[in-house]
Every structure is written in structure tokens, then in C-alpha cells.
Design a protein around this ligand. Structure first.
Ligand SMILES: Cc1ncc(COP(=O)(O)O)c(C=O)c1O
Length: 384
């Protein structure tokens, strides 16, 4: 990235001079790299400032369609707030929104999705993997349902690009959002894939301007960010299988040890989950002391990082049927490619000793253990 912040500082749109062309060719190369790794065509990748912008661009593109007869969008209760908030906004502009529920494991019922599609449905917006629980949706089947019904499928793949293989040739995905920082790239840069082969959907620019990005996203490109993101994706894909195995092994060992403590629930345990993510609820504990104790050594939160300051239970966990108190007493642990065995052991020991200490100090836990409290309020999930 460094040369594009210093020496090759030209604007990639300024193709009339060599200074601009150097930056432009770095952007072209990055676009080719990302397209190749996702099995897409170069002209199907539009650079943005991140997944939130990509989501906004994709979803708000249905607005022109909303003035005609078709104005219905289908999404899911466990989507990231980037999707849910845009859907709420679209509702105020006259679009109808169906929010599909999930079961206790975070799974979507595909028959329910099929039944929800009406003649007015323009788009289905379902994420690839959930950012809090790691639960993976069957995007192959969802894409097939949408293609059969003639409905656009937008997939928020922010959590999976660079972590799971994605072959856009093999999936019926029309639009797909991703963010560089989720696969160790820089923050503030991302992309939107727009399927140009099958009945191209007209994507409206969110930012009008100098005609950059095929007229879909105006504004001078973030060249160092784009170069960094493409490089990061190359590294992530190269080592994907070994990292996946490494993280699956860490999560399995972590979960086995915590389950031994008893009265612990792993959210989405029965599901196919993203490597390295584990959402765990601790019975009878209060959310704030739990997080502050764990965060003496770790960096964890109970829901999405961007909403952890709100003090509200996670909408994802609530949608999975957890009560407010249980959702608050839930911690999302994540491991990364740089997590060493030493880090892992320290983290596990810290979590185990913290839970033991918090339980000793908790009146609710003491009552529960003495059998004086049959059910702890707010704990709706089947106990482990
Ligand atoms: C599933 C999902 N979608 C969208 C976003 C938003 O990404 P960004 O903040 O990079 O725009 C995130 C970020 O955490 C995410 O996890």
C-alpha cells in the first residue's frame, strides 16, 4: 500500500498522464485479482468504502422498481443492521419488507422463503454467514430459489469472503457485498459484486459524481486501500484451508472445555458455522460484569462490535429465541489466523477462571445450584 500513499500518488481516473496511469493500473490489477479469487469477471466488481456502502447501494437500487408494481423485499431477522436499517428506510419509501424468522439454531426455513416470494418481490437479501454466531446460510439453495422465481438475490458475504471458498460462477448470486478489513485488509474499503451475466439488475449509484466505477460509484478511488484489500484477499485465499482447519480445531477445543463447566449454551451449535467464531451463553450471569471481567485480558463483546455500546440485547440472539438476560450473558469469541497456542491457552484459562469466580459471586447462580430457582428468567434456550 505504501507506494500508493507516497510515490504513485496519482488519481486513477487521470489516465492522460503517467502519474494517474500508475495508480489506475494498480486498481485494474487489484480488480482482476479480486474478480479471479471470487470467480467473477473484472467488470462485475465495484469498489466502495466497505460493506455498509455496498449493502446500501444494492438495496436502495430497488427504489426505482418500487414505483412500479413490484416493490417487495425479503430479508431475515438475523441480518446485520446494515441490511435491516436500510430495509426499514425502504419501508418508509413505500417498499414492503418481509423479515423471515430463524429457529433456535439460527437456521432459515427455505420453504418459508419460497412461500414468502410473491409476484411483487424484487429482491431477497440474505447473508452468507452471521457475524455474531457464525451460522452459515445455504446460499446455493437460496440462489436457486431466487433464480427459479426470477427474483434478485443480494448476499451480504462480509463474513465469508476470504474465509470460505466463494465461487460466483457456481452460485446464483446477483449482488454480493464484502469489506476488506474482515480478511485482514485495510478498513474503509470494500466492494460490491454485480452479476452481469444473468439478467443484469440495474444498480443505481448511491454516490453520483465523476462516473467512476462504471458510473455506479462516483468519487476518487481509495487506491492504497484497494491495493491492500486485493493483496489481503490473495493471502487469505492462499491459506484458506489450513487456516480453516486451524480455527475449527481451536473452536472445537474451546467449546469442549467450556461445555465441561456446565450450564453453558453454544448458539448455533448444530449448524455449519464460520471457522473461528463461537457464541456462548452463560447461565445466571449478568452481561456487563461478565464482559468487563473477560475483557481484563481479552477483547470480546456480546453482539456485533458496532452495536456493543448500545447496551441492548443482540437482535440476532433475540431472533434465535434467547431471552434478553440470556442474550446479554452471551459472549462472541473469535479466533484469528494469528492466534497462537499460547494465546489460546491463556484465553481459555482466563475464561474458565472468570466464569468460576463470577458464579461464586452470583446470588442467582447460588440459588440456581441449590435448586431454589427452577428457571432463571430470560433463559429460553434449551439448557445444555
Ligand atoms: C455481516 C456484516 N455485514 C456488514 C457489515 C458492515 O461492514 P463495514 O462496517 O465494513 O461497512 C459487517 C461488519 O461487521 C458485517 O459483519
Amino acid at each position: 500500500m505504501w507506494p500508493y500513499m507516497t510515490t504513485h500518488y496519482g488519481s486513477p481516473s487521470a489516465i492522460v498522464h503517467s502519474f494517474g496511469r500508475a495508480a489506475g493500473s494498480a486498481v485494474d490489477h487489484s480488480r482482476q485479482t479480486i474478480a479471479r479469487l471470487l470467480h467473477a469477471a473484472e467488470e462485475e466488481i465495484v469498489f466502495t468504502s466497505g460493506a455498509t456502502e455496498s449493502v446500501n447501494t444494492a438495496l436502495k437500487s430497488i427504489l426505482p422498481a418500487a414505483s412500479t408494481a413490484r416493490h417487495h423485499i425479503i430479508t431475515c431477522a438475523t441480518e446485520h443492521s446494515a441490511v435491516l436499517e436500510v430495509c426499514r428506510e425502504l419501508e418508509t419509501k413505500g417498499c414492503a419488507v418481509t423479515i423471515l424468522p430463524v429457529n433456535h439454531e439460527g437456521a432459515l426455513d427455505l420453504n418459508q422463503l419460497r412461500d414468502a416470494i410473491t409476484k411483487d418481490t424484487v429482491m431477497v437479501a440474505i447473508m452468507h454467514a452471521n457475524n455474531e454466531t457464525g451460522v452459515i446460510h445455504d446460499v446455493k439453495s437460496i440462489g436457486d430459489i431466487c433464480r427459479d422465481a426470477g427474483v434478485v438475490f443480494f448476499c451480504d458475504a462480509t463474513q465469508t469472503v476470504g474465509k470460505l471458498p466463494i465461487d460466483l460462477q457456481a452460485l446464483n448470486i446477483d449482488l454480493l457485498a464484502f469489506s476488506g478489513h474482515k480478511f485482514y485488509g485495510p478498513k474503509g474499503v470494500g466492494g460490491l459484486y454485480i452479476n452481469k451475466k444473468h439478467r443484469p439488475f440495474h444498480v443505481m449509484p448511491l454516490l453520483h459524481g465523476g462516473g467512476q466505477e462504471y458510473g455506479i460509484r462516483g468519487g476518487t478511488l481509495n487506491v492504497p486501500g484497494i491495493v491492500g484489500m486485493a493483496n489481503a484477499l490473495e493471502f487469505a485465499v492462499q491459506d484458506m484451508v489450513s487456516h480453516q482447519e486451524q480455527m475449527d480445531a481451536l473452536v472445537a477445543a474451546f467449546e469442549i472445555s467450556l461445555l465441561e463447566l456446565g450450564d453453558v449454551v453454544i448458539n448455533g451449535q448444530q449448524m455449519n458455522r464460520l471457522p473461528g467464531v463461537s457464541s456462548i451463553s452463560f447461565r445466571c450471569l449478568e452481561g456487563p460484569p461478565l464482559l468487563s471481567k473477560l475483557n481484563e485480558l481479552l477483547c470480546v463483546s456480546s453482539g456485533a462490535a458496532c452495536s456493543s455500546a448500545t447496551g441492548k440485547p443482540s437482535h440476532v440472539l433475540v431472533a434465535m429465541g434467547l431471552g434478553d438476560q440470556q442474550a446479554m450473558a452471551t459472549v462472541r469469541f473469535s479466533f484469528g489466523r494469528f492466534t497462537s497456542t499460547d494465546d489460546f491457552n491463556k484465553a481459555l484459562n482466563h475464561v474458565i477462571s472468570s466464569i468460576r469466580q463470577l458464579r461464586e459471586e452470583s446470588m442467582t447462580w447460588q440459588l440456581f445450584k441449590k435448586g431454589n430457582l427452577e428457571r432463571v428468567p430470560g433463559w429460553h434456550h434449551p439448557a445444555s
